[in-house]
Design a protein around this ligand. Structure first.
Ligand code: 5AD
Length: 348
C-alpha cells in the first residue's frame, strides 16, 4: 500500500493494520515525512482542539527497589545520592502548582516502599483538601489494595509505562519484573476507574519497527487514555550505558505516527524527546503532542532525579512560550482523557 493510500485510510477513519503502521515508521523521505507531520497536526486540532494540557510534575523520591537495566535510578546505582521529599514538602509543592493555575499534579518516584499505602493516601487526601488539582500517580508496580485505596482517596490517574510489549525485550530490560504482572496491573488500574497512561521507549536493545507498531496497537486496543513515547537515552552508571540511544528524528516520526494511529489519546511531549531533539517541545507539539509535564520538583532535588543524562529542563516559562509561539493555548480544564475502558466520551 502506498503512503497516500495509508494516509487516506487515516483520514476516512479506517483502522491501520500492523503492516501499514510499519510502512509509516519506515518513511525517510523528507517530503513524505512532511505529509505525515501535517496530517498528525490536523488530526490533533480536530480531535483535541488547540489546548495543550499542563501537568505539574513532582519527582518526590529517587529511591528505587528495581534493577531496570536502562534506568539511572536503579537500586544498584550506588553513585547516586538519594533523596525523599517529606509528605508536607510534597503537599506544599502541589499547592504551589495549583497557585500557578495548573490543573493536574503528577506525583512520580522510583519504586520507593517508604511511601506506604497510608502515607500516599494521606498525601492524596490533603492535596484534594487544599487544592482542586487532578492527581496523577506514577509510583511503579504497587499492590492492588494500594491502588484501590489511593483511587478511593481521590487519585484520578495512574501512569505505568508498558516500556515494550515484546516479552523477550521486557525480560531483558527489567530483569526483576514480570511481564504478566505489569500488564495485569494496567488492567487493574482500568478496572479501578483510573485514567490510565502507558507508553514505550524507542530503540531498546533488539527492538524492531514491528515491535513499536505492536506498542501502538496495544495502546489503541486496550483503550489506554494517554501514551508517552520517548527515545532510550543511555546512562553510564547502568548496564546499558554503552548501548546506542534512540534517534531524535525517528522519535518525532513515531510521535506523529502515534497521533495517526491513536487519534484521541493524550500524547505528551516526553522529557526524553525534549532532551534529545533541539526545540523538542516545539517540534513535538507540531506533530501531535497535546500534553506537557513541566518539572516542578524543588530545585535542590531536581538534579538528583537522573533517570538518564542530559535531562531537559522543562520550566513553566519555556513551556508557555513554546505553546504561544505555535498559536496554541493552555488548557483551562483538568484535561481528562477522552479514551477509556469505562466511560465513553464524544459519542465513542
Ligand atoms: N532513557 C529514556 N527513558 C528512560 N526512562 C527510564 N530510563 C530511561 C532512559 N535511560 C523512561 C521510562 C520510564 C520513565 C519514567 O522514563 O519510560 O517509565
Amino acid at each position: 500500500m502506498t503512503l497516500t493510500n495509508i494516509l487516506n485510510k487515516v483520514k476516512t477513519d479506517i483502522e491501520l493494520n500492523h503492516d501499514e503502521i510499519i510502512t509509516l515508521l519506515e518513511v525517510t523521505d523528507p517530503e513524505e515525512k512532511t505529509l505525515i507531520f501535517s496530517l498528525a497536526e490536523a488530526l490533533t486540532l480536530h480531535h483535541l482542539g488547540p489546548e495543550i494540557h499542563l501537568r505539574g510534575l513532582i519527582e518526590f523520591s529517587n529511591y528505587c527497589v528495581r534493577q531496570c537495566n536502562y534506568c539511572g535510578l536503579r537500586h544498584e546505582n550506588y553513585h547516586l545520592s538519594r533523596y525523599r521529599m517529606t509528605p508536607e514538602e510534597i503537599i506544599t509543592t502541589a499547592e504551589q502548582i495549583a497557585d500557578l493555575g495548573l490543573k493536574t499534579v503528577v506525583l512520580q518516584s522510583g519504586e520507593d516502599l517508604w511511601f506506604t499505602q497510608e502515607i500516599i493516601k494521606e498525601i492524596i487526601l490533603e492535596i484534594k483538601k487544599r487544592t482542586d488539582l487532578a492527581i496523577t500517580l506514577s509510583l511503579g508496580e504497587r499492590r492492588f489494595t494500594e491502588l484501590e485505596a489511593w483511587r478511593k482517596a481521590g487519585a484520578d490517574r495512574y501512569l505505568l509505562k508498558q516500556e515494550t510489549v515484546n516479552p523477550k525485550i521486557f525480560a531483558e530490560i527489567k530483569p526483576d519484573a514480570s511481564y504478566e504482572k505489569r500488564f495485569a496491573i494496567l488492567e487493574q488500574l482500568q478496572a479501578l476507574g483510573y485514567q490510565v497512561g502507558s507508553g514505550a521507549m524507542i530503540a531498546l536493545p533488539g527492538q524492531s519497527l514491528a515491535d513499536l507498531a505492536n506498542d501502538l496497537i496495544f495502546i489503541r486496543d486496550q483503550r489506554i487514555g494517554m501514551a508517552g513515547f520517548g527515545p532510550f537515552i543511555p546512562h553510564e552508571a547502568t548496564p546499558y550505558g554503552h548501548l546506542p540511544g534512540g534517534s531524535g528524528e525517528f522519535s518525532i516520526l513515531l510521535l506523529a505516527v502515534a497521533r495517526l494511529v491513536l487519534k484521541k489519546v493524550h500524547l505528551p511531549a516526553t522529557t526524553a524527546l525534549a532532551s534529545l531533539v533541539p526545540n523538542g517541545l516545539y517540534r513535538a507539539i507540531q506533530v501531535g503532542a497535546n500534553v506537557i509535564m513541566p518539572n516542578m520538583t524543588p530545585l535542590k532535588y531536581r538534579k538528583l532525579y537522573q533517570i538518564y543524562p542530559g535531562k531537559a529542563v522543562t520550566s513553566l516559562e519555556k513551556v508557555m512560550e513554546t505553546i504561544h509561539s505555535l498559536g496554541r493555548v493552555v488548557g483551562h480544564t483538568q484535561g481528562d482523557v477522552l479514551v477509556s475502558r469505562i466511560c465513553s466520551n464524544s459519542g465513542e
